[in-house]
Design a binder for this molecule. Structure first.
Ligand code: NDP
Length: 283
């Protein structure tokens, strides 16, 4: 039987998710249909789309820009949220909460939200054989992407975490908020600073800003160095990676994170694990 999936976004034509999930299905021998779903940018349209999808027998949906926070609010009021979605404040994966369905909860009230973005990054870094256990890590950025990777990185066993951002208050507010929401995060010492003040030697520095979209460059301190530099952006030359590659660091863009988060959604929906490296190679 064909299992149905969608990715909801606005715009959505550029999404690579259908290709990625089709390769997962080929790998696992499952019969799936995975479609792009455009949605007007308002709550009424978004809830109508997800309710119609799950009422029609849909198994799972991915949520992309600009709906991740809206999906979080919808699931918080309906079928619930995973721990990672709660901390991220955003949902990228929708499914039905089977425990609620068994209790007779209507489908529309059983829509559940997870967030696989952060674990997708951790899995990609692990697959690159970059050391995460006891690593000194710096993240630049304080938006949704940075927020979603903090808990998975701490769970992966890093030893030190520094968060830097252009607007310093955003990063200090973020640490206060997440420390209040999660004991694991509260138990981790997290330093904060402005991007230009970020200095010293780190094992891994992660660019979680959207600066790559503009072609501008981050004001990086001369006294900042790392063994490994990761940029969550992908699909273009990234000055952040060029900067550290010139200084001898190993580098990666965020394409593997994209595939990694998709693989975790697929596993959540179907129970099947996929070989992410094989899919990165084929794409
Ligand atoms: P947000 O809009 O939520 O946050 C943007 C962040 O970038 C803020 O910290 C902002 O700083 C900073 N920023 C933006 N422009 C500049 C600039 N010119 N100079 C310095 N800092 C700047 O974006 P997201 O967190 O959702 O996404 C961040 C990036 O991560 C995007 O490029 C996105 O494509 C990528 N991403 C990749 C994924 C993947 O699977 N590979 C998954 C999710 C995201 P300030 O607070 O000062 O405004």
């Amino acid at each position: 039987m064909t299992q149905h999936f969608i990715v909801i976004g606005n715009p959505i034509a550029h999404s690579k998710s259908p290709e990625i999930h089709t390769l997962f299905a080929a790998q696992t021998g499952l019969k799936i249909s995975y479609q792009r779903q455009y949605c007007p940018d308002d709550v009424a349209s978004f809830t109508a789309v997800i309710e119609a999808f799950f009422h029609g027998g849909g198994v799972g949906a991915n949520v992309t820009v600009p709906f991740k926070q809206m999906a979080y609010e919808c699931c918080a009021a309906r079928g619930g949220l995973s721990e990672h979605a709660k901390i991220a404040g955003a949902v990228n994966t929708l499914l039905l909460n089977n425990a609620l369905l068994k209790n007779g909860t209507p489908i529309a009230e059983a829509i559940y939200g997870d967030n696989t973005d952060g674990q997708g990054l951790v899995n990609h870094i692990t697959s690159l054989n970059w050391p995460l256990k006891d690593a000194r890590v710096a993240i630049i950025g304080a938006g949704g992407a940075a927020r979603g990777v903090i808990l998975p990185l701490i769970e992966a066993g890093i030893s030190e975490l520094t968060l830097a951002n252009r607007t310093l208050s955003k990063v200090t507010d973020l640490v206060n908020e997440l420390s209040a929401a999660s004991e694991t995060i509260a138990n981790q010492q997290i330093k904060t600073c402005s991007t230009e003040a970020l200095s010293g030697a780190f094992d891994i520095i992660i660019n979680a800003t959207s600066i790559g979209l503009s072609g501008d460059t981050l004001p990086l301190n001369d006294a900042l160095s790392c063994g490994y530099a990761y940029d969550m952006m992908y699909g273009r030359a990234l000055p952040f990676l060029q900067h550290f590659a010139k200084r001898g660091a190993q580098t990666s863009d965020g394409y593997g994170m994209l595939i990694g988060q998709a693989a975790l959604s697929f596993e959540r929906w179907t129970g099947h694990k996929v070989d992410v490296a094989q899919v990165i190679d084929s794409l």
